[in-house]
Design a protein around this ligand. Structure first.
Ligand SMILES: O=C(O)CCC(=O)C(=O)O
Length: 489
């Protein structure tokens, strides 16, 4: 096992000093262009993770984890065993994971091949993945999210609301797993992650607290090359013998690679397939997120997965009481959200952005860059709502998905609005917030009559949402602020 000799590597991912990059440059060069980048210099401002979690000789401080977080239950992948498209996982205590790592460390037959895999001994390579550390230890504050990655609708939303609100039975087992998309990863040298694109086709960022990773990336325009003829199964390990007859495009794929050192953060754009190898014992922090720039990726994935879910059960359509409902339940189970979840999500974001825009508007447009960003968000959401409308998504839905007035009066929504507002003030004004924002109440935020002026605040379908947005926007005399991407940037 080793480097696949036929693999074509085009080059390295660009590395940039994050301290010399402005937010608008990051947006323009990477987020909007959907291009990966490695950012240096963003982690040297005293993250607790970088001190507590690392020994003086730059190794994971396993003892610290055992002592402080030993009782946490986590998912540990066995990197030598495949389970469908992923590795076999086992739930265990952090203290047991630490014990396994120490066993590997003490083992003379430790894998020396940097690209890991089968290592001849009977101790498997343990890789702790997807630990919801922030959710579990909110008081500990292991790190702060770098400003470039703060426009994170996914985690802002999940801090206040739930996904899959429409499927109660499904809710229970997803309670923890969908609570947020902020993770800690910890793996021994040789542990790895198979080829994949990220959940929801979100962006991700991954910061190496200690250790070193090797990444292999495939541009989304080439992704069909790692699939079989039916576009059903994807190559699992790019360093395996990959069958030409099963994956006829594989040899044509052109890869980008990158070695990520401790203290470096990689930005993984939407839809890029990637495979990752720990070249040393490594701890990393990893978030998935999306915002206006990649919202269409999320919607397109949902649409594709919905069509597949529908096709899969087409033959039972006639005997099904609620065929559409079943498709949506399957979509939620397979993809992690369905049309209802996504539509609720964009409706809440529309309302939050409109409320904040009303607030700024009422203060003589005092924060033009924040206002531009909010306007852009609304414009992008509206665009997705129009696409949903054209695809007849939620057509025939008889349940009110969001009542804008009721939502507006919900305390959770107020907290959510404050967090969204704080995020944009922090990004664009480099300040937390003016004190009047901090002490504002919802009624200060927006003149309720603006919302109530409209015949219906009840949103059932994308048409309703578009109408609601258009009505509120018509009331806002400063909406003509330039809302193109580059004006935000
Ligand atoms: O670090 C890893 O092993 C995997 C990380 C990853 O795949 C991601 O950030 O999407």
């Amino acid at each position: 096992m080793g480097m696949n000799i036929n693999m074509k590597i085009k080059g390295e991912i660009e590395k940039v000093n994050g301290k010399e990059l402005s937010y608008s440059e990051f947006v323009e060069r990477y987020m909007d262009k959907n291009k990966p980048v490695v950012l240096t210099g963003l982690m040297d401002h005293h993250w607790r993770a970088s001190t507590d979690w690392v020994t003086p000789n730059a190794q994971p401080n396993l003892q610290f984890f055992s002592n402080h977080f030993g009782a946490s239950k986590v998912q540990v992948a066995d990197c030598d065993t495949r389970d469908f498209t992923d590795q076999k996982r086992e739930e265990m205590l952090v203290s047991d994971f630490v014990e396994r790592c120490l066993l590997i460390e003490g083992s003379a037959v430790r894998c020396d091949d940097q690209f890991g895999a089968s290592n001849g001994h009977n101790l498997y390579l343990p890789y702790l993945k997807d630990w919801h550390f922030v959710k579990e230890y909110p008081e500990y504050v292991a790190y702060t999210t770098p400003m470039f990655f703060c426009d994170d609708w996914l985690n802002l939303y999940l801090d206040n609301f739930r996904m899959n609100a429409y499927s109660d039975s499904y809710q229970q087992n997803k309670e923890i797993c969908c609570s947020d998309y902020r993770f800690v990863y910890m793996g021994v040298k040789g542990s790895w992650t198979p080829l994949h694109a990220d959940v929801f086709r979100s962006y991700s960022w991954s910061a190496n607290v200690c250790g070193k990773k090797r990444w292999f990336f495939l541009d989304p325009s080439q992704c069909h090359l790692v699939f079989d003829r039916n576009v059903k199964s994807c190559v699992y390990n790019i360093f395996d013998e990959v069958s030409d007859s099963k994956y006829p495009g594989f040899q044509k794929a052109i890869w980008l690679e990158c070695t990520q050192e401790a203290g470096e953060i990689i930005f993984v754009p939407s839809g890029w397939y990637h495979q990752v190898h720990n070249l040393e014992d490594t701890i990393s922090i990893n978030h998935n997120w999306f915002n206006a720039f990649n919202l269409s990726w999320v919607w397109n994935l949902l649409l594709k997965d919905y069509n597949e879910a529908k096709e899969y059960i087409e033959d039972i359509r006639d005997i099904c009481d609620d065929f559409e409902g079943l498709c949506q339940r399957n979509l939620a189970a397979n993809t992690g959200m369905n049309f209802y979840d996504f539509f609720t999500f964009i409706s809440y974001f529309s309302l939050a952005n409109l409320v904040l825009l009303c607030y700024i508007n009422g203060r003589d447009g005092s924060s033009p860059r924040v206002a531009q960003h909010l306007s852009m968000n609304i414009e992008f959401i509206r665009k997705i709502a129009s696409e949903m409308k054209h695809m007849h998504a939620l057509e025939g839905n008889h349940d009110c998905i969001v009542d804008m007035i009721k939502t507006f009066e919900d305390l959770r929504f107020f907290k959510f609005c404050m967090q969204v507002g704080k995020t944009y003030f922090m990004i664009h004004e480099q300040s937390s917030l003016s004190s009047d924002f901090e002490s504002a109440s919802m009624v200060d935020f927006v003149d309720l009559s603006v919302l109530k002026a409209h015949a219906s605040s009840q949103v059932y379908t994308p048409e309703n949402l578009i109408k609601f947005i258009d009505n509120v926007v018509a009331e806002l005399d400063n909406f003509h602020v330039e809302s193109s991407i580059l004006s935000v940037a």
